[in-house]
Write a protein that binds this ligand. Structure first.
Ligand SMILES: [Zn+2]
Length: 205
């Protein structure tokens, strides 16, 4: 079995618990560094609010895909399962700015093992809700499905709008980054992959 890749810090280490007082101190320090007065009235509650917001945005660090994908149930069919347009919010690990978008998942069950659709959606959040790169997010979702469901294949497409591209630097709003991870049969069978991609991304809904 492959060691979980989604834990923070050193390989195999557990992420430290979220330290809210420390996050609040850091936000206060950032405000001061920006040239603001953290003691002016409008900013007094800001460190606490920002810390709570970041706690939500990194909640996936303290969750585990196995917890969701481990709850398989048996079904006689081993036909393709897809779930499109799973909304997510993530955090670009280079700028700590939000990435918002949609994930689309297809998998081919093996041994009749399937999961509830909500578990697929939860799995997206486990990997999205942390400092992340979109390429890694896509790969981690696909790998988790193959690992925990023993699936014959997984195909994951992630479409993300990156605030760091929209708001700063090149300042291009409305650009969508698309990443694809194909595992198992989807990696080997180009026709299956193309058909399934068309199904996942079928527009006009
Ligand atoms: Zn960025």
């Amino acid at each position: 079995m492959i060691a979980p890749l989604h834990l923070a810090g050193e390989p195999g280490s557990q992420p430290r618990p979220f330290d809210r007082p420390r996050a609040e101190r850091a936000v206060r320090e950032l405000l001061a560094a920006l040239g603001e007065d953290p003691d002016r009235e409008g900013l007094l509650e800001t460190p606490a609010r920002v810390a709570r917001a970041y706690q939500e945005l990194v909640a996936g660090l303290h969750d585990d895909a196995a917890r969701h994908l481990g709850r398989v149930f048996s079904q006689r069919s081993e036909d393709l399962v897809t779930l499109s347009d799973i909304e997510f919010t993530s955090l670009c690990e280079h700028h700590l700015l939000p990435v918002t978008g949609r994930a689309h998942i297809a998998y081919l069950p093996a041994n009749g093992q399937v999961v509830g659709l909500s578990k697929l959606a939860r799995t997206v959040d486990v990997f999205a809700r942390r400092p992340q790169m979109q390429e890694r997010l896509t790969a981690e979702i696909a790998d988790a499905i193959v690992e925990h469901l023993d699936a014959r294949g997984a195909l994951v497409v992630v479409e993300g709008e990156h605030s760091c591209l929209a708001l700063r630097g090149a300042a291009k709003r409305g650009a969508t980054m698309r990443t694809v991870a194909a595992r198992g049969w989807f990696e080997r069978d180009a026709e299956l992959r193309a058909e399934t991609l068309a199904l996942l991304l079928g527009r006009g809904r």
